[in-house]
Design a protein around this ligand. Structure first.
Ligand SMILES: Cc1cc2nc3c(=O)[nH]c(=O)nc-3n(C[C@H](O)[C@H](O)[C@H](O)COP(=O)(O)OP(=O)(O)OC[C@H]3O[C@@H](n4cnc5c(N)ncnc54)[C@H](O)[C@@H]3O)c2cc1C
Length: 355
């Protein structure tokens, strides 16, 4: 079979890139190994305009978040499924220092679109401890990641555009203007393989900083939290008395194995903040495909223009992927340029080291 684009990986990156290419009338085949390594499923799927301990506006929030919202809403309609929820966040300060920092920052013009009311009491009818106060952040959202990935998979199957299996570069022949793999001739192969790009011999020179993360699904009877709770951890309502809690960071072990230490760390974060009992329902781990400057990585291989990459989504895959998948699709279709900040060529490599 002949396709314009063979996409390796059906996480949020590969899903959205394939969508925009299919929308443009291109033929696409997505190869995925059954989400063996998908951070996109482990993810909390949160979209936040105000981030980090320093309460900064997320990079390009004013552009990326509205585009993400519009894209996810469009996909929900197309798939006749719900996975996107606008959900304000309760940003509770972790100490007096953070509270004072906020007093200095809260008049910053770039934060104004996202500032809701102050939180002085204890949320959820006094059940959530709040000794340092907080602020409600507007414009945040949550994605049901398993529903999103499953719905996309079904869509691709319906388009005859998904093949289950593992892609190995050893089985790929690069020709002058195409690539052969198994029975497929593809105009280009685009790697959306998440942190596994570090094992990909055509792109292993990219200075990735993978970051393993764990999350747990918990049940807290009667809490009634209907917003995202952010207090040095994230806890997002997933229905009824259930919440997804995350996340840990580990920069030295890269696998998708949930650990007792990860679970204990997460439960410790909420101890004394939310009421007991807390029942753990599920526990998962994945690896964030982070880049050193925390920006996505898009573009073609410096020597083989038949190979491309859409990666580096780090801890913000669900907010950044829609906009940059669209931008990459436009670039591949020669109808748009890549922003300098996300181009692969910001990383230099000695050509002697390239495959
Ligand atoms: C615990 C945790 C919490 C997170 N929370 C958030 C959050 O709240 N908000 C947010 O925006 N982001 C969050 N993230 C980050 C987000 O999940 C990632 O940025 C995003 O999922 C990366 O998507 P991706 O498509 O690049 O990679 P992945 O989701 O990893 O997808 C890659 C896919 O390619 C497949 N694959 C790889 N190699 C091959 C091969 N050779 N052949 C076939 N298939 C292959 C993999 O199995 C996988 O299915 C979190 C991540 C973790 C781990």
């Amino acid at each position: 079979m002949r396709v314009d684009y063979l996409i390796v990986g059906q996480g949020v990156a590969g899903s959205l890139l394939s969508y925009f290419l299919l929308q443009a009338g291109k033929s696409v085949l997505v190869v995925d190994d059954g989400h063996k390594h998908a951070a996109s499923i482990t993810s909390l799927g949160l979209i936040n305009p105000v981030i980090g301990l320093r309460l900064n506006k997320a990079w390009r929030a004013e552009t990326l978040l509205p585009f993400a919202r519009q894209t996810y809403r469009e996909l929900e309609q197309k798939f006749n499924t719900k996975f996107y929820r606008d959900l304000n966040s309760l940003r509770l300060f972790i100490d007096d220092k953070q509270q004072k920092r906020w007093q200095k920052k809260k008049d910053a013009p770039e934060l104004q679109p996202y500032i809701g009311s102050d939180i002085e009491g204890e949320p959820c009818k006094g059940q959530i401890a709040n000794p340092h106060g907080g602020v409600e952040i507007t414009g945040s959202a949550s994605i049901d990641t398993a529903v999103f990935v499953d719905a996309f998979r079904a869509y691709l199957i319906g388009q005859n555009a998904l093949r289950a299996g593992s892609f190995s570069c050893d089985d790929m022949q690069i020709e002058a203007d195409c690539v052969h793999w198994q029975d497929v001739e593809a105009g280009k192969v685009i790697f959306c393989d998440g942190w596994q790009i570090t094992l990909n011999r055509y792109f292993d020179w990219l200075p990735m900083s993978p970051d393993k993360g764990e999350s747990i699904d918990i049940e807290i009877p009667g809490l009634g939290l209907d917003k995202i709770l952010n207090r040095g951890f994230f806890m997002a309502p997933t229905g009824g008395d259930r919440y997804r809690l995350g996340a840990t960071h580990n920069h030295s072990t890269f696998d998708n194995v949930p650990t007792d230490a990860g679970k204990a760390e997460l439960l410790k974060k909420i101890e004394g903040i939310v009421p007991k009992p807390v029942r753990v329902l599920a526990h998962q781990a994945g690896v964030r495909p982070s880049s050193p400057d925390r920006k996505p990585i898009l573009g073609l291989h410096p020597q083989h223009s038949q190979l491309g990459v859409f990666n580096g989504l780090g801890s913000k895959g669900y907010s950044q992927a829609p906009y940059f998948a669209r931008q990459f699709a436009d670039f591949l279709l020669s109808t748009g340029e890549l922003d300098a900040e996300v181009r692969i060529n910001r990383f230099q490599i000695d050509s002697a080291q390239l495959h």
